[in-house]
Structure formats: structure tokens, C-alpha cells
Design a binder for this molecule. Structure first.
Ligand code: C2E
Ligand code: MG
Ligand code: MG
Length: 762
């Protein structure tokens, strides 16, 4: 058995086989499938139909005979005449399938028949057997005065549930003497006491030569017809009875059954194998199917065995070998359909390429709850598969699986898509060494289809935290990813990152409510004009003071909100406050410009310009007093649509600034295309200009470039006086940073602005 086949999902079918086998045994023993069995045999018979030998002739006491000779029962002297007539016509032997067990009212009639029997010397008379407490005894046997001159043949038939005559006995022991059946006597083929044989109904009853007893008695039958042949005399009319059900043909007469029985024995001695051989074949095929994993192989086994069990008995029966197949078919079909059903049900639980259970199966594994979960990630899996020939992925997986199984061959591996494997480990075992050994194994390249490929693997471990397997698997995969990222062979899942991650997610859902509850507010960071040395504006920055967590960095919740499309409400809130604040300051006679950060996502919001101009109108702020800051990347990824929006905002009279300039992939072309009137050099460059030559060069050249394009330059992150001085030297336009002022409340900002006014006014 291959290692994979007894994994998880497939353990139960052996139980199934056992139960099916037991059911099949009972099935066979009680003959439960007989209806179907007979039906099959009749169908098979039609493929090797043949004619009777014509050596046995049926002289029928039919309607014509009753009409011409007289009503039934006939006087015995007619039987005597018939005997004499048949003897005279040269019949080899005469078999009366007629009841001679009762005396006639006129004794002379019986005597006449007895002497005809004596004259003929070749007559066999029918008797029935009855099995009771005293053993098998003759029932309805011919009168002793007849049996003195004639032999006895049994006309007992073994009927099945539907009164079909399938089997005849060879002989029965009665009173110490073996009495043959009529068929056995005709054919001259004997057998042991009590044994019976199947009647071969592929011999067509209609091909038995049949003549009316009337024609025999009235001399219409010539010696040519009967000479040297065995004759069976019996009734063949609805008026008398003795009708039986002849399988495959419908209603027939008892004599025909005995003749076909005799014809059967004349062909040879039938061998009845019973139902066990086919049962064993069916069982073996079912077991073979369970051993195979491939659907095609299972299909081949089941269909070929099924066909064999249906067809082979036909060929055997042509050679008089009989076998019952229904218990065998039952076992085969039950197991095949159970496997089919199981496959149908587990389709979603098996990896289609490797047939390994997949991650859904892993998630459904209840025993895994108490175990550690290891996830392995082949980092360059897709890349490798893309380079492989068709079917190569299977070989690759085989190699990966055999490596992963080193050291623990019995373990159940689960496979996900894209080079993910997972399994459970005993959490009490130190498996770090094991994972490192596995990692070392993967340093050897895999060889598939003559190609040699390096596999990069990383492992992540989740030790069991009582969470659902679904979550634990995700954590183990994250840990594997982190291990790869940190250049480690394997890594434990760190519950702290989990806490962070879940906090991040819950934070998102809390953000909207936080705005409503007033936990979110806006801080303003002043901007200094370097030529006039005056505060000419401020940048509005969102702030969230969480009741439990305290202040949360804008970068943290803004990024999360952006990724999950929740930025709209925050932006509206900040804009509302900032525009209001700017209008207020401008009303005091200060020329003041407010900057608000705009998420690139909003560039796709068609209604934004409309809402914005309404907002400006409502607060009475001139559009030229508002600057929208777009981060470089955000504007960059903007399609034509984004550019259109920027243009429309510019048309409205609003200023556009490129935020965090230098961190993205801006090109000259891009700078030219974006209709921004301000460039904000990212703080990472500004902070270093005093000590770092290349930062200084970068800032200097950007200022030159922006000026040549007619753009204003703002430097962010001005933390010290030295930086400020250097920026003045470089003829930068505006500076923003801790050296000028930290983000502050609106109150502080207005106080600062008005005190500055007073100072300059004074
Ligand atoms: P940003 O637009 O580049 O904002 C400047 C950031 O630099 C602010 O961080 C500010 O506090 C910080 N900063 C200012 N001067 C200095 C300095 O001298 N030294 C250092 N080290 N830092 C300085 P903050 O407030 O944490 O904001 C981070 C980012 O979050 C902002 O970067 C902006 O992109 C985004 N953001 C803030 N508020 C909003 C908002 O309302 N809407 C949107 N869409 N984004 C926002
Ligand atoms: Mg900004
Ligand atoms: Mg910035």
C-alpha cells in the first residue's frame, strides 16, 4: 500500500469492505439475489441458444388427444394401447410422466395396462418423492402391480421462489434403493443421493419433437419417427394441470422440463460452482480497488470485473459450468459506489494534482486541535512549476513529499496551492532540530524531467493556542513567510504580531465610530515661508486619541483605512475642520494657506470636486487658500482618471502638492505631467542635508528642477536650526518641521499666528 493511500480520508473503506463482505456472505447463503440471478442467466442463455437432440420425443396428451380419445383421466386400457403402439413403433424406451398411483374402478383396466407393460419391457413410470420425518419416501408411486413390470423415475422438481423449475435431482435414496429422476433415467446419467443439477435452458423447449398421443393411437405416426428414440408421455393441456414456469420461456409443462433436464445430462455432467467463486472474485476486485488511489485504475478494475462477472458465466454455461454471480456483484458494486460517493464527497478535500488531502481537510481535522501545526512554504514554487513540462508538477510534489517525510514516514501531509504543505506535530517534542534537518535536505536541488531546480523553503510553527485550526494555519503560514523574510530556517508564530494584527483589524472597524465619538481630531503643523520668515500656512494632520490605547500614529490608522477603503469619512472630517480653520484665520486678515492630505483613492471619487467646492463656499474660503497633498506614489499610480481629477481640482483654483517627493519613482516626465504647483521634499532627504553630501545634492537639484518648472518647494522634516539655515541658502521656499513647530491644536496655531502678526506689526 502506498504511503499516501492510507492517509486520513481513506482509512474507513477497509471497514466498508469488511461489512460488505459480510453482507455479501449472508446474501449468498440465503439466496437473496436469486431473482436477479435468474434474470441474468436467462439473458445469458439467449446468447448460446441451441436445439434439443431430437432423440427424446414428447408424446403429448394434449387438447386434441382429450378431444379425440376422451376425457382425462383415461381408462388404463388406453394407456395399455398407447404402450403397445409405441412399442410397436420401435420406441427405444417409454417414460410415462403420469400418475399411476391409484387403482381404476374396473380392475380389468389395470390388468390390461400391467400386461402391456410386461409386453413392452421398456417402460418407466413416474413417482414423486416426499421428504419427511422418515426420510425420503415415494409419494404417488405407481401401483405395485405396475412396478412389477416397469421401472420408476422421479418427477420431483426443485422450484424456486417464483415456481420456476431450475434444478432437478439425479436420484434419491428410498428404502435403501437409489431411485433415479426421470431425466437422469432418460439420459442414463446417474448421480449420488440428493444431489441435483441445473437444467440448461439454453436448449430451446420448442425444438423437442412433440406429437399428439391421439395421432399415435390413431396410427398417424410412422415408425420412422419414433424408432430408436426415447419417448416421454405426459400431459400438455391446461385441462389437466402439470404446468410449470420454464425460465426464459414462460408457461410450460412438466414433461418438457424433464426432457430438457435429460438433454442437459446428455450434453455432459453439469458442474455447479455455486456463488462462492464469483463472490471471491468480487471481493478481490473490491480490495484491489481500495489499494489503488488513481480514479482511472479503480474504474478499470471495477468495470472489467463487473463485465467479467456478467459475461464469463455465459461461456462457462455453454460448457455446463454454472455459477451464481449476484453476491460477487453485490460486493463489487457496493464498494465501487461507496468509493465513488466518498470521492464525490471528498472532492473538495483533496489536492487534485497530488491526491494529498488539502488544507480544507486539515482545517476539518479535529484531532489537530491539541497538536502543534507546522507549515512549510516553497517560496519559489510557482516559478519552478512554470518552467516544468506538463505532468512535471506531480513529480516535483513527489520529491517534496518524500523529503518532508524523512524522519517521520507515517505522517499525514496536507497540501495547499502554490507550494504550501502542512502537518501536525506533537507539541511536546522539540522539533526545531527536525525542521533544520529538513531545511538542509532541501538545499539539494530537485530533479524533474532532467532539470535541476533549487527549492527555497521556510517553515512556520504554531504551537497550539486553542484557536481554530483555520486561524492557526494562517498564523503558521505568516510565521513561515516571516522566517523567509528574516532569512531564518523556521520561526514560531509570534502571538504578539497576532495581537497587533487583530488590533489593526478592530481599529479599522472602530475608526468610523471614533470620528463620531470625537476621539479623532486635527492637529496643525505650521509652515514657514523662508523669504519672509513668516508662518504662511499649516498642514492638517489627523490624530486619534484612543480612550485605552492613547494616541495612535496617523501613519498607522491612515494606511489601514486606505487599504480597506475606509478613508473617505476621515478625509471629509479633516477637510471640514481644516477648511473651517483656514477660513477663520483668513478672516482675521492673515493670508493663510491650509494643506490637507488626500488619499489617492479619492481621486477616483467623481463627486469629490463638487463636494469640495461646496465645502469651500460654505466656509467662504478662497480655493487658492487650500492645498491638497498627494503622495508621490498615489499620484503616480493614478491612471488618466486620476490626472483628470487633479486637473479639475487645479481648475477649481485649489493648489496641489506632491507629498513625500523622492521616495517614489518620479521621473522628469512625471513631474512635468502632474499639474502640481508645489513639491514637498520628503523628510528622509531633508534630515540628512547637513551631514550627507548626496542628500544635500538631491535636495539642491530638486529645488533647482522645481523652480525651473515654476513649482514651489517645501521641505519637510526640518528638525534643527542648521537644516533651516542650509535650506535658506539653497533658496528653498517653505519649511515644515519640528524646528518650526510640532503639530498642534488649532488654538495653539491661531495663538502663534496672531502673536507673530503682532510682533511684525510692532
Ligand atoms: P505627511 O503628509 O508627510 O505628514 C508629515 C508627517 O511628518 C507627520 O506625521 C508629521 O507629524 C511628521 N513630521 C513633521 N515634521 C517632522 C519633523 O521635523 N521630524 C519628524 N520626524 N517628523 C515630522 P503624521 O502626523 O504621523 O502623519 C503621517 C502621515 O499620515 C502623513 O505624512 C500623511 O501622509 C498621513 N496623514 C496624516 N493625516 C492625514 C489625513 O487626514 N488624511 C490622509 N489621507 N493622510 C493623512
Ligand atoms: Mg502631508
Ligand atoms: Mg510628507
Amino acid at each position: 500500500m502506498s504511503k499516501r493511500s492510507d492517509q486520513g480520508l481513506e482509512r474507513k473503506p477497509w471497514k466498508l469492505l469488511l461489512w460488505t463482505a459480510l453482507a455479501g456472505l449472508v446474501f449468498g447463503l440465503i439466496g437473496f439475489g436469486d431473482i436477479f440471478e435468474d434474470w441474468l442467466r436467462v439473458a445469458r442463455n439467449s446468447f448460446h441458444m441451441h436445439q434439443a437432440s431430437r432423440q427424446i420425443v414428447f408424446v403429448a396428451i394434449d387438447d386434441k388427444a382429450l378431444h379425440e380419445i376422451g376425457n382425462w383421466p383415461w381408462q388404463r386400457k388406453i394407456d395399455a394401447q398407447l404402450t403397445d403402439r409405441l412399442t410397436a413403433l420401435g420406441a427405444k424406451r417409454i417414460f410415462f410422466d403420469i400418475n399411476f398411483s391409484f387403482p381404476s374402478s374396473d380392475r380389468r383396466q389395470d390388468e390390461a395396462f400391467a400386461s402391456a407393460l410386461d409386453r413392452s419391457g421398456r417402460v418407466t413410470l413416474a413417482a414423486r418423492a416426499r421428504t419427511g420425518l422418515q426420510g425420503t419416501v415415494i409419494n404417488d408411486g405407481p401401483l405395485p402391480m405396475f412396478t412389477r413390470h416397469a421401472s420408476v423415475g422421479l418427477i420431483s422438481v426443485q422450484y424456486n421462489y417464483q415456481n420456476a423449475a431450475w434444478h432437478l435431482p439425479y436420484a434419491l435414496k428410498m428404502g435403501g434403493k437409489l431411485v433415479p429422476s426421470l431425466a437422469s433415467a432418460i439420459a442414463g446419467v446417474g448421480g449420488p443421493d440428493g444431489q441435483s443439477f441445473p437444467v440448461d435452458y439454453s436448449i430451446q423447449p420448442s425444438t423437442i419433437p412433440q406429437y399428439s398421443a391421439a395421432d399415435v393411437l390413431t396410427g398417424k405416426i410412422s415408425a420412422k419417427i419414433l424408432a430408436g428414440r426415447d419417448v416421454v408421455v405426459g400431459t400438455a393441456t391446461d385441462a389437466v394441470g402439470d404446468q410449470v414456469f420454464v425460465p426464459g420461456y414462460g408457461r410450460g409443462f412438466g414433461s418438457q422440463v424433464h426432457i430438457i433436464g435429460a438433454e442437459t445430462l446428455k450434453q455432459g455432467r453439469p458442474l455447479d460452482l455455486g456463488w462462492l467463486p464469483a463472490f471471491v472474485v468480487g471481493l478481490a476486485a473490491a480490495a484491489a480497488m481500495l489499494l489503488r488511489r488513481r480514479l482511472a485504475e479503480r474504474w478499470a478494475i471495477s468495470t472489467s470485473t463487473f463485465a467479467f462477472l456478467l459475461v464469463a458465466p455465459g461461456f462457462m454455461e455453454a460448457r455446463l459450468i454454472f455459477a451464481n454471480v449476484t453476491p460477487g456483484l453485490f460486493v463489487l458494486l457496493t464498494v465501487a459506489s461507496a468509493l465513488g460517493w466518498r470521492r464525490y464527497r471528498t472532492r473538495g478535500l483533496v489536492n487534485q494534482v497530488s491526491n494529498l488531502p488539502n488544507l480544507n481537510a486539515l482545517r476539518a481535522n479535529r484531532q489537530g486541535r491539541s497538536q502543534a501545526l507546522v507549515a512549510a512554504r516553497i517560496l519559489n514554487y510557482e516559478e519552478i512549476v512554470a518552467a516544468l513540462p506538463p505532468n512535471g508538477e506531480r513529480h516535483l510534489i513527489d520529491q517534496i513529499v518524500s523529503r518532508l517525510n524523512v524522519g517521520s514516514p507515517g505522517r499525514v501531509l496536507y497540501q495547499g496551492d502554490g507550494g504550501i504543505f502542512a502537518w501536525f506535530e506533537d507539541p511536546r517534542q522539540p522539533f526545531g532540530n527536525h525542521l533544520e534537518a529538513l531545511y538542509a535536505l532541501f538545499r539539494n536541488p530537485a530533479r524533474v524531467a532532467g532539470l535541476s531546480m533549487d527549492l527555497t523553503i521556510a517553515f512556520g510553527v504554531e504551537v497550539g493556542s486553542g484557536r481554530s485550526i483555520h486561524n492557526r494555519l494562517a498564523s503558521a503560514l505568516v510565521a513561515a513567510e516571516e522566517a523567509a523574510h528574516d532569512g531564518l530556517k523556521w520561526k514560531y508564530h509570534d502571538p504578539e504580531t497576532l495581537e497587533n494584527a487583530s488590533w489593526k483589524l478592530s481599529m479599522l472597524s472602530q475608526l468610523d465610530e471614533a470620528i463620531d465619538r470625537g476621539e479623532v481630531w486635527v492637529a496643525y503643523q505650521p509652515k514657514l515661508d523662508l523669504a519672509s520668515r513668516r508662518i504662511v500656512g499649516a498642514e492638517a494632520l489627523a490624530r486619534w486619541t484612543h480612550p485605552e490605547k492613547g494616541p495612535i500614529a496617523a501613519s498607522e490608522f491612515v494606511a489601514a483605512a486606505e487599504q480597506h477603503n475606509r478613508i473617505g469619512k476621515l478625509t471629509d472630517f479633516v477637510l471640514e475642520k481644516a477648511v473651517g480653520a483656514a477660513a477663520e484665520i483668513n478672516r482675521r486678515g492673515v493670508d493663510f494657506e491650509m494643506a490637507v492630505n488626500l488619499s489617492a483613492r479619492l481621486l477616483a471619487d467623481k463627486g469629490f470636486t463638487l463636494r469640495l467646492s461646496a465645502l469651500l463656499a460654505r466656509h467662504g474660503l478662497a480655493p487658492g487658500h487650500l492645498t491638497l497633498e498627494l503622495t508621490e506614489t498615489a499620484a503616480l499610480t493614478g491612471s488618466g482618471e486620476g490626472l483628470d481629477m487633479i486637473t479639475r481640482l487645479r481648475d477649481l483654483g485649489v493648489n496641489i502638492a506632491i507629498d513625500d517627493y523622492g521616495t517614489g519613482l518620479s521621473t522628469l516626465d512625471y513631474l512635468k505631467k502632474i499639474p502640481a504647483n508645489e513639491i514637498k521634499i520628503d523628510q528622509s532627504f531633508v534630515k540628512g542635508i547637513v551631514d550627507n553630501r548626496s542628500d544635500r545634492l538631491m535636495v539642491q537639484s530638486t529645488i533647482g528642477l522645481a523652480h525651473s518648472l515654476g513649482r514651489k518647494v517645501v521641505a519637510e522634516g526640518v528638525e534643527h536650526r542648521d537644516i533651516l539655515d542650509l535650506l535658506i541658502e539653497m533658496s528653498c521656499d517653505v519649511a515644515q518641521g519640528f524646528a518650526i513647530g510640532r503639530p498642534m491644536s488649532l488654538e495653539s496655531l491661531t495663538r502663534r499666528v496672531s502673536s507673530e502678526r503682532k510682533r511684525t506689526a510692532a
